[in-house]
Design a protein around this ligand. Sequence first.
Ligand SMILES: *[C@@H]1O[C@H](CO)[C@@H](O)[C@H](O)[C@H]1NC(C)=O
Ligand SMILES: *[C@@H]1O[C@H](CO)[C@@H](O)[C@H](O)[C@H]1NC(C)=O
Ligand SMILES: *[C@@H]1O[C@H](CO)[C@@H](O)[C@H](O)[C@H]1NC(C)=O
Ligand SMILES: *[C@@H]1O[C@H](CO)[C@@H](O)[C@H](O)[C@H]1NC(C)=O
Length: 377
Amino acid sequence: MFQFLSLLFCELLILFHTTVASRMQQGSLKVSEKPMVSQRSSSFSGSGVIQISLKTRDNVEYYGCVGMGTPPQIFNVLFDTGSANTWLPSSNCLTINSACQLHSRYNANMSSSHRRIGRNFTSVYGNGNVSGYLSQDTLLLDGVELSGLIFGETLLHYQPTFVNTKFDGIVGLGFGQLAWKDSIPFFQLLCQQNHIKKCLFSVYLRRTTGDNYGGNIKFGTIDADKYKGVLHYVSLLDTGYWQFKMSGVFVGSKQIEDNVNAILDTGTSLILVPHRVFDKLHEAIGAKVENNSYVLSCERTQLPNVDLRIGGKIYSISSINYIVELETLNTKMCTSAFIPVSLEFWVLGNIFLTLFYSVYDAENKRIGLAEVVGESN
Ligand SMILES: *[C@@H]1O[C@H](CO)[C@@H](O)[C@H](O)[C@H]1NC(C)=O
Ligand SMILES: *[C@@H]1O[C@H](CO)[C@@H](O)[C@H](O)[C@H]1NC(C)=O
Ligand SMILES: *[C@@H]1O[C@H](CO)[C@@H](O)[C@H](O)[C@H]1NC(C)=O
Ligand SMILES: *[C@@H]1O[C@H](CO)[C@@H](O)[C@H](O)[C@H]1NC(C)=O
């Protein structure tokens, strides 16, 4: 039973990210590098705003369109706030690796702006990995040309994780500490080359069903139409993630976490919680144990909210949003969107980000949140 649930969840999780420890094993942690934002002039190449429309597959993944190379080759990519590196499938990828073969592939020979780097890489995610070699080329997004981006050309994808994805590759939106040695990650490069008027981006994710318009990501601007009230900001911790402190987590009146860190992660579908709090959380929301798994009533109105306290504000996740229905072989059962992981911080994925509009402000080293504006589907 537990395995059965885990299997379904692999599909729902998409990506959750490698821990700092495993990055250190790869020797790619660059501790000395401070996150971004240095000298910037006030002239931009265009409007200073880059807007990418996102599509979603059942709220599991959100992806947008970019071009790589000259002339541009087109890819769907996941814009991932939980990692910093960019990769695309390579035209040289192994013929036996269908997860790679089934996606659009970058052909370096067809690009006049391609440059070789001559290094291999492996990116390890919590539920899969990709490997290949590094290249450098121009990324085209919303008419803006970002030159000299170092990215991975993948030869091998871990099949169970990557075979069914709508996205071909990933554009990491994290900072240099998480990036390959001697490479400037996408967002840092975007700011350095003065393509955007402010070194920030904002994410609007819609909850919807099927394959549908999923929202947008805007670089250089904040979309005041997409949230209610005012944005509340909280300081970033200097970790490479979009990470900050939560001062408490409550289920109804019961406090289940004191001070704990969290990251905002557009590359994770659900909400990941440290192992030590998993049981406490499920006991507090009233989950029952059946065959080694936590099971919830599918009646969505009866369970308490899970309240996250961030910068003095409460961000509530109601049971309507955290109950996950699993439908198989004529049976319907429900469980929660909270998944235990071996991390010391919470990972707030798309379940959270469809409820709260989010701003990632590197200039002021802070993230901003506000209740998202609802819309009828
Ligand atoms: C690209 O060109 C190199 C050298 O000419 C060749 O070895 C390689 O097979 C080509 N790759 C593709 C995908 O065409
Ligand atoms: C990169 O990996 C390939 C096999 O995929 C190997 O033949 C090559 O020697 C590796 N290059 C480096 C620089 O490690
Ligand atoms: C990638 O994942 C597969 C399957 O879990 C594993 O066998 C392999 O060792 C991993 N590769 C790396 C470099 O972590
Ligand atoms: C738990 O296992 C028992 C026996 O294996 C089975 O009859 C029951 O349907 C299972 N419960 C659920 C919720 O799958």
